[in-house]
Design a protein. Structure first.
Length: 103
């Protein structure tokens, strides 16, 4: 499970800790090739979520939650480093899918 991070995202922002190459094997056992590991990861674990954005004066609740493993747009995030750990901050609209946990 993801540890607490000293960042509080605003509105519909999400803080994601990118997965490293050895964490990129699918639940069904599919191994992602080494060439993918050389690119920026497009998967990560959600470590913090904002309260949601306002739409016509009503707050829209977030779909993702802390602990979700997500697939996100490759170029839709900002990189930040907190206490030596790299995180990505992105809008919830940049999250493409939640990867279900295997039972």
């Amino acid at each position: 499970m993801a540890k607490n991070v000293a960042l509080e995202p605003l509105a519909d922002r999400v803080v994601v800790k990118p997965l490293v190459a050895d964490e990129m094997t699918s639940a069904s056992g599919i191994i992602i090739p080494d060439t993918v590991g050389k690119e920026k990861p497009e998967r990560g674990t959600v470590v913090a979520v904002g309260p949601g954005k306002f739409d016509d004066g009503v707050r829209v609740p977030m779909t993702v939650k802390k602990g979700d493993v997500v697939l996100f747009s490759k170029y839709g995030y900002d990189e930040v480093k907190v206490d030596g750990t790299e995180y990505y901050i992105l809008s919830e609209s940049s999250v493409l899918a939640i990867i279900p946990k295997s039972n």
